[in-house]
Design a protein around this ligand. Structure first.
Ligand code: KG4
Ligand code: ZN
Length: 346
């Protein structure tokens, strides 16, 4: 059994975990700066990076102690090295390189988006391939074909906002705090999803293109008048209804295109990750549709859908098993980068 230490720092969460290559999570810790950023209405990159630098040394010690693991027990040190905020990435990647060099262990630089899909292996779920993957997060909403673990091939996705970004902007329109997804999710539970007529852009187009910018604008005009400049006049139930209507539109689009993608690839097993996969409406719809269609659904626990280090360690374990070795210590973090090649057209 190989143990991997994973480090995640691509946005505002600093996270460290120790994971076994069979998916068991021995220990994990996450320091979130989200609350501090509520006052700013979003992540301030420089503040996030400084927070990570302060958090990592203590987090690594705590996680190793809780897992009762010595550095000599580790098979490698994995880190999400792209995509993300460059200052935040530098903090995590520098920490991982220092530990790998100090402990003489392989350094494993992995793709944050591919790691969201590797999260389906956590806690020893049995997963069979091929899979149709969806990553819906603050920066991505894309579909992937996974013929084998750790190697997503891009099929298509959003042409403007990511789903999480749309949730965050809709929350701002509705006067709700950042991050908007959890706030909308909570209020939507008691709202009427048919209350506001909102568009499902591109849903019926024969493609995997998603678009959320028109949805966001339609919400703005419906709750703040035809020019989008009026005061928000929603009572408590009106707010819940607006949240439920917006959430239903996003879920319709994400799940509709997921079904289209899976059918096109003749795949009957799906994997969904990313912060938006915490959404209760999305989780319920996925469970219902997959049950109706007889498809297998791999949906990580909510804490492993949002940014976390266990998914990074899991992908690192898969990379080490496939490649047998780590990456050079001069490999730089990158702010951009797609998860894997584009799948061949069929
Ligand atoms: O994967 P993630 O933690 O970070 C990125 O890689 O972006 O995703 C963060 C995004 C944010 O936009 C947040 O609003 C959204 O995921 N999110 C949710 C929920 N929890 C987090 N969106 C909808 N419903 C939720 N319950
Ligand atoms: Zn993420």
């Amino acid at each position: 059994m190989g143990l991997i230490l994973g480090i995640e720092s691509s946005c505002d969460d600093a996270a460290v975990a120790v994971v076994a290559d069979d998916g068991r999570v021995l220990a994990e810790r996450c320091v979130s700066q989200a609350e501090g950023f509520a006052a700013w209405g979003g992540v301030v990159p420089e503040i996030a990076a400084r927070g990570h630098v302060a958090a990592f040394p203590g987090l690594v010690d705590e996680v190793l102690r809780e897992a009762a693991v010595a550095p000599t027990d580790l098979a490698g040190v994995a880190v999400a090295a792209w995509p993300g905020l460059i200052g935040s990435l530098i903090a995590g990647v520098t920490c991982a390189k220092a530990l790998a060099a100090r402990w003489r262990r392989p350094f494993l630089a992995v793709d944050h988006i591919a790691a969201h899909l590797a999260a389906v292996h956590l806690n020893a779920q049995s997963v069979t391939y091929p899979l149709l993957g969806l990553v819906a997060s603050g920066g991505h909403s894309h579909y992937y074909l996974l013929r084998q673990p750790g190697a997503p091939e891009l099929l298509g996705g959003t042409i403007d906002d990511a789903a999480g970004e749309a949730f965050d902007k809709a929350a701002a329109i509705l006067g709700l705090p950042y991050p908007g997804g959890p706030a909308i999710d909570r209020l939507a539970a008691d709202g009427d999803p048919r209350a506001l007529p909102l568009p499902r852009s591109l849903l019926h187009e024969d493609s995997l293109r998603l678009s959320f910018s028109g949805l966001k604008t339609a919400l703005l005009y419906q709750v703040r008048g035809p020019l989008g400049r009026d005061e928000l006049h929603l009572d408590a139930q009106g707010l819940r209804d607006a949240c439920a209507s917006f959430q239903a539109a996003v879920v319709d689009c994400l799940v509709g295109k997921l079904e289209r993608a899976a059918r096109a690839q003749s795949v009957q097993a799906v994997a969904v990750g990313g912060g938006v996969a915490c959404n209760c409406g999305l989780r319920t719809r996925l469970a219902e549709r997959c049950a109706e269609l007889g498809w297998r659904l791999h949906l990580p626990a909510p804490r492993h859908c949002a940014d976390n280090a266990a998914m990074v360690a899991m992908l690192g374990a898969q990379r080490l098993a496939a490649a047998g070795d780590g990456d050079p210590l001069d490999l730089p973090p990158r702010p951009t980068g797609a998860a894997g090649p584009r799948a061949a057209a069929r």
